[in-house]
Design a protein around this ligand. Structure first.
Ligand SMILES: [Zn+2]
Ligand SMILES: [Zn+2]
Length: 341
């Protein structure tokens, strides 16, 4: 498949590969403005990905040195990874929501050992067995990937238009996948006049065939009990109400009928919550719950890193059930077990 695609109306995309990842690629969107192209996301920080981005911009009739600005949907490395390099090559500004900018700042300032001990404590509290926690205490783990992402120059303010001369691009705050995830609404008539309201760059919030990961927000310095799944479900409804004519996601392919996709995802999470509630007829720790949940393969076949993510996903669903008053922690349990009310 071609590396670049013309979506019409001064919007193109470059398929920037993500090495060794089943997602395959990030769609970096190139939006023409009166001051030069503005990128929505930049892709994974890898030499091959960089070369693809540079060649893709050339194929779009521009050059990386011409980039005027970079708008980042969220801090994950497949979106924000190449931002520093694009900025160094072009002098472009980089914009990110404040909540994700705080994560970037923390990642740069927190020593890897602090992160590892935080993760170990969290997993222990979730009921993870010692063999899962032990590798985090290994002295051989000295550095973590993706800990030096670019600090942004600008803040994406929810509800406001971004500084794209000649275009109308509005930031829609869609927390859930990350606390500062934003979708970007191009409030211009669809170039093929599809019914609906403009086009939406949806990042990882709304994808045509994948349910984005909703885990706990990670912050060693903040004990606030957040509800990422509740945030995500609210954010989904917000996007459904926008009724964009077309969705331009950061992975897979563009699609239409956003309200139908929103309904499918809301239904998915509702049935998942009901299934978890049935499992919680007897008390379970988050780890035990994750072991019993339906994944895309048996628990015994899930690799180490994905188990950590799965437990985080189980915990975000538990938080939602507790918030709804449908489950509660068992008093005195250690690690804490939860049971249906
Ligand atoms: Zn992501
Ligand atoms: Zn992504």
């Amino acid at each position: 498949m071609a590396v670049t695609f013309d979506h019409g109306g001064g919007v193109r995309s470059v398929r920037v590969p993500i090495p060794d990842n089943p997602l395959g690629h990030t769609l970096v969107y190139v939006v023409d403005t009166d001051r030069g192209p503005v990128l929505i996301d930049t892709g994974w920080d890898d030499p091959g990905s960089w070369d693809t981005l540079v060649a893709g911009l050339a194929a779009c009739g521009t050059a990386v040195g011409e980039v005027h600005g970079v708008v980042i949907t969220h801090h994950h490395p497949d979106h924000h990874g190449l931002s520093a390099r694009v900025r160094a090559a072009s002098g472009a500004w980089v914009a990110l929501h404040a909540a994700d900018a705080a994560i970037v700042r923390r990642a740069r300032e927190t020593r890897p050992e602090r992160w590892l001990s935080y993760m170990a404590a969290k997993l222990t509290a979730a009921g993870a067995p010692e063999e899962h926690v032990a590798p985090l205490r290994s002295p051989r783990v000295r550095s973590l990937p993706g800990l030096s992402p670019a600090l942004p120059d600008r803040e994406i303010v929810p509800g406001e238009l971004l500084d794209l001369p000649g275009r109308r691009l509005r930031a829609i705050w869609t927390p859930g996948h990350t606390p500062g995830h934003v979708c970007l609404h191009l409030e211009e008539e669809h170039p093929a006049r599809l019914p609906g309201h403009g086009r939406l760059f949806s990042g990882d919030h709304l994808l045509p065939e994948i349910t984005p990961h909703i885990g706990l927000y990670e912050d060693p310095d903040d004990a606030t009990v957040t509800d990422p799944l509740g945030d995500y479900l609210d954010s989904l409804e917000r996007i459904g109400r926008l009724t964009p004519a077309e969705i331009l996601p950061a992975h897979q392919h563009p699609f239409t009928d956003a309200p139908a996709r929103v309904r499918a995802l809301l239904d998915h999470h509702q049935s998942r919550l009901s299934n978890l509630l049935a499992l919680l007829a007897a008390p379970l720790t988050p780890w035990q719950l994750a072991e019993r949940m339906d994944w895309n393969r048996p628990w015994s076949d899930i690799p180490y890193g994905s188990r950590t993510i799965a437990v985080s996903e189980a915990e975000s669903h538990l938080r939602r059930l507790v918030k709804q008053g449908r489950a509660e922690p068992v008093p005195g349990s250690e690690p804490v077990a939860y049971v249906a009310v």
